[in-house]
Ligand binder design. Structure first.
Ligand SMILES: NC(=O)c1ccc[n+]([C@@H]2O[C@H](COP(=O)([O-])OP(=O)(O)OC[C@H]3O[C@@H](n4cnc5c(N)ncnc54)[C@H](OP(=O)(O)O)[C@@H]3O)[C@@H](O)[C@H]2O)c1
Length: 324
């Protein structure tokens, strides 16, 4: 089979496109023929050795995929060859076939195509956990989303609307904000043109925002926190801007707010049942088109470097898909 391999830490152009022997499933495992694999921002970090997870070399990037079960190992129940599934392995999906523990894949209905299914797990799984389990977002509350046209940001707009929030999308260009409105955002702030703090105060009539979803960090985090409402929740999702902000803690005191960490990768290990319930909900929503899993672009497997560069260059709206 063909595979994209990271054999040493580096940039997208250091990846290698190679042949590997076909895998066979061990006990409790399945082999899935990958139809679509999805990239995330953290793939740009994992190949550079800058992510919290450092897989042994050689490894393939792409944490998630959708495809067809090709073979099942001893002891596997509930899955058989020919089943359409999506799956999450943390890394390793940029290849034609994935060998993975059976409990890491979920069957998908025919209504959900492989490109959209591949990108559901990470962005929507993180966001449902963040908004429901961590922020306890309530209907009628305001939700500000930074980096709102990116993968996690798009998921926050859509799940925020499904939970009944008024969503304020914040992003760096008018094109990105138009896309956010199409996906359901009620208000928009272009933080390349307007200070986030002033913008959030303006659109909330001075009251401030109940929940802030921040996958960007950098200079935007503190500015956004300065306009949080009394009793608000600030969700720490990620640091796509590269800089991990150092927040003056007196802000949490003065606002009577919570700064809430979100670590989805640890959540799925610590609460597998909660994760399974969230995934069942997300697959239903995706099949019914209640969440879009919007595909920005599809690249052939050998063009994985170009796909990763598009993410790093801040050009992507929604998901980037690889097709082996
Ligand atoms: N906590 C968790 O459990 C968890 C789970 C999944 C992902 N994450 C993290 O969440 C972050 C976002 O992931 P994602 O998949 O949503 O990424 P993405 O699709 O690439 O979106 C990130 C957004 O960040 C903004 N941005 C600002 N400065 C940037 C820069 N220098 N480079 C790239 N983007 C920049 C961009 O929007 P603008 O141009 O509009 O600013 C971009 O749309 C990552 O740090 C990822 O590791 C965390």
């Amino acid at each position: 089979m063909k595979a994209i391999l990271c054999t040493r830490f580096g940039g997208p152009d250091d990846l290698e496109f190679k042949d590997l022997p076909d895998p066979a499933p061990g006990a409790g495992e399945v082999v899935v023929a990958v139809k679509s694999a999805a990239l995330n921002f953290f793939d740009t970090l994992i190949i550079a050795g800058k992510y919290q997870v450092k897989p042994p070399f050689p490894f393939s990037p792409a944490a998630e995929f959708a495809g067809v079960v090709e073979s099942v190992g001893a002891g596997v129940t509930g899955l058989s060859a020919g089943d359409r599934v999506l799956g999450y392995g943390g890394f390793g999906a940029a290849r034609e076939k994935v060998q993975i523990a059976a409990q890491r894949v979920v069957k998908i209905p025919d209504a959900l195509d492989f490109d959209r299914a591949a990108g559901v797990t990470v962005i929507y799984g993180t966001t449902l956990h963040a908004l429901k389990d961590r922020a306890r977002l309530k209907s009628g509350e305001t939700l500000a989303v930074l980096g709102a046209s990116g993968g996690t940001g798009l998921a926050a707009i859509e799940i925020g609307k499904l939970m009944g929030a008024r969503v304020i999308a914040c992003a760096s260009s008018d094109d990105k904000l138009a896309f956010c409105r199409e996906r359901g955002a009620d208000d928009t702030i272009n933080y390349a043109k307007e200070d986030v703090k002033e913008g959030l105060r303006r659109v909330t009539g001075g009251k401030g925002v109940d929940v802030i979803y921040d996958p960007v960090g950098g200079p935007y985090a503190e500015a956004a926190l300065r306009s949080i409402a009394w009793g608000g929740r600030f969700l720490v999702i990620g640091f796509a801007a590269g800089e991990i902000p150092k927040i003056p803690l007196n802000l949490a005191l003065l606002k009577g707010c919570d700064i809430v960490g979100v670590f989805w990768g640890a959540f799925i290990e610590r609460d597998p049942k909660g994760h399974q319930a969230n995934m069942a909900e997300l697959v239903r929503w995706a099949a019914a088109a209640r969440i879009s899993a919007h595909v920005h672009g599809v690249y052939p497997l050998e063009q994985t470097p170009q796909a990763l560069r598009a993410i790093a260059d801040r050009k992507v709206m929604g998901k980037v898909i690889l097709r082996p």
